[in-house]
Write a protein that binds this ligand. Structure first.
Ligand code: PEP
Ligand code: MG
Length: 568
């Protein structure tokens, strides 16, 4: 079967299908009340033990603060009020334990939901989560915890959320295959950052894969074989070996400069989602961070991160990068990224809706907390700040105004921050690319977000499998916009980078060199290959090629011409 190659690498292993089971509960009359109460008690203890393990693990791997929510979950299971009511229900109504749990939980959830206090309302989600676990245990239904697999496996799922991907145990998860999603879906991006091979969007054929099947796939080509014949298996073993050899060869580029044959230096930076990803930058010799997607800090928990929590995360990253540039993007939520604890409006077109800077300018409380944390962390390294999804100059000015308000507050409080911190913006909306001459006068840098720029320029949803063939990085319209942005940026004396997936695309890199891009930010795992490509081309030759390519009518011609580029 064929899907979309989302993260390169060859995976060979046994399948584990991650399906969240649909549970339909029925009310059943029971005879032996005492036995049912005992069953309840046993499963409350079982659930408690499970949560305790998650608590300990989170505390050790992520942090005390993040682990607190699981301590709260354990307390719910010890609550005599709720547990007493469940037992009473079993006894009085002579019903099955899972039904009693559901009924009592629903009552408590409604009660908490209707409270005025936001903190109390959030507890409703906790009760739902915990009692869901108890019910699954009572029914003997297992769910798969990707951070804690018993043995190595290839995960197959309908879809994976970015936090599913972020939690994956990199040692046990050999790769993953999903039914839906595109190359720039956030789970795919996370896979590349973590260096886990992945194929997404295999469609309907997903249904035929079962846990325990043998599976091999190529995360670059998107080819998947279920229970392959020996011959296919051998071919994949061979490919795996080649992939590993190439990885070894690229290691010789560690410590080298990112310079073309005619001596033009560019910066090769990394995209990250969490402070843990810095390890991968160090391993792959990244020269900075061109995009820190801060939204994962908001997604991996059950409430907004506090200023202090954010400050710590940004500070750690800045310190670990030891003075190298760290471009931190302000919250880019909405679109395909939502928060479990925030109500997003139901929208016909979430990617054109209430997201990113639009949401931040509407919810200044959230925005200011982040800006305070960012400015405070700027005292500890070379942090630059970047606004996502700007679509008009008014929006940029408003965002800068809020930033200035925060600066004034901090000065009053005599809190240290870098007064000279660079402030840039993403160029991911065509309106901005076209008017980039105007924007360039009001920011310190541009970073082109091709993931969104392609979808908005060509009106092709980046995550829709059925039109994935139309989502094309070689589209001449995209190339023209990129060129406009680079030229306008340079005319105003600012640097222009790119943090969309195109920046790490081996075919596009020579063209971008020819167009004059200054900084390339990509998955850490792509950096050494990019350096190898750049060292093997001359900027002058690529400039001439770029002038020719930009006039082409079709994406196919662009692709063919780029395939001819020799790396030597
Ligand atoms: C982009 O749109 O290119 C980008 C880098 O942002 P994201 O993928 O997070 O939307
Ligand atoms: Mg974007």
């Amino acid at each position: 079967m064929k899907g979309i190659g989302a993260s390169p690498g060859i995976a060979i292993g046994k399948v584990i299908v991650k399906k969240d089971p649909k549970i339909e509960l029925e009310e059943k009359k029971i005879k032996d009340v005492q036995a049912e109460i005992q069953k309840l008690k046993d499963n409350l203890i079982k659930s408690q033990n499970e949560i305790k393990i998650i608590y300990e693990k989170t505390k050790k791997n992520i942090g005390e603060e993040e682990a607190k929510v699981f301590a709260a979950h354990m307390m719910i299971l010890e609550d005599p009020e709720m547990c007493g009511q469940i037992e009473a229900k079993i006894e009085e109504d002579q019903v099955n334990a899972e039904w009693a749990v559901k009924e009592v939980a629903e009552m408590f959830i409604e009660m908490f939901k209707s409270m005025d206090n936001e903190y109390m309302r959030e507890r409703a989600a906790d009760i739902k989560d915990v009692t869901g676990r108890v019910i699954r245990n009572l029914l003997g239904v297992k769910i798969i915890d990707l951070s804690n697999l018993e043995e190595e496996a290839i995960v197959v799922a309908e879809d994976l959320t970015p936090s599913d991907t972020a939690q994956m145990d990199k040692v046990k998860v050999l790769g993953f295959v999903t039914k839906i999603g595109g190359r720039t879906a956030h789970s795919a991006i996370m896979a590349r950052t973590l260096g886990i091979p992945a194929v997404v969007g295999i469609g309907q054929e997903f249904e035929s894969i079962k846990s325990g099947d043998n599976l091999v796939f190529d995360g670059k080509e998107g080819i998947v074989f279920v229970n392959p014949e020996e011959e296919v298996l051998n071919k994949f073993r061979e490919k795996k070996k080649e992939f590993e050899e190439l990885t070894e060869k690229l290691k010789t580029f560690i410590g080298k400069e990112s310079k073309t044959k005619d001596g033009i230096k560019v910066e090769l930076s990394a995209n990250i989602g969490t402070p843990n990803d810095v390890d991968s930058i160090v391993k792959n010799d990244g020269e900075g961070i061109g995009l820190y997607r801060t939204e994962f800090l908001y997604m991996d928990r059950e409430r907004f991160p506090t200023e202090e929590e954010q400050f710590e995360a940004y500070k750690i990253v800045a310190q670990r990068m030891e003075g190298k540039p760290v471009v931190i993007r302000t919250l880019d939520i909405g679109g395909d990224k939502d928060l479990p604890y925030m109500d997003f409006p139901q929208e016909m077109n979430p990617f054109l809706g209430y997201r990113a800077i639009r949401l931040c300018l509407d919810r200044k409380d959230i925005f200011k907390t982040q800006l305070r944390a960012l400015l405070r962390a700027s005292a500890y390294g070379n942090i630059k700040i970047m606004f996502p999804m700007i679509s008009s100059i008014e929006e940029l000015r408003q965002a800068k105004k809020v930033l200035e308000e925060v600066r004034i507050e901090l000065r009053k409080e005599e809190v240290c921050f870098n007064e000279g911190m660079e402030v840039g913006m993403m160029v991911e909306v065509p309106a901005v690319a076209i008017m980039s001459d105007v924007f360039a006068k009001e920011v310190d840098f541009f970073s082109i977000g091709t993931n969104d720029l392609i979808q908005y320029t060509t009106a092709v949803d980046r995550g829709n499998k059925d039109i994935a063939h139309l989502y094309n990085q070689f589209h001449p319209a995209l190339l023209r916009l990129i060129k406009i942005v680079i030229d306008n940026g340079h005319r105003e004396g600012i640097w222009v980078g790119m943090c969309g997936e195109v920046a790490g695309d081996p075919k596009m890199i020579p063209l971008l060199i020819g167009m004059g891009l200054d900084e390339f930010s990509m998955s850490p795992a792509s950096i050494l290959k990019a350096r190898w490509i750049i060292s093997g081309i001359s900027k002058q030759a690529m400039e001439e090629k770029a002038q020719k390519i930009i006039k082409f009518a079709t994406a196919e011609e662009v692709k063919r011409e780029l395939e001819k580029v020799q790396i030597s």
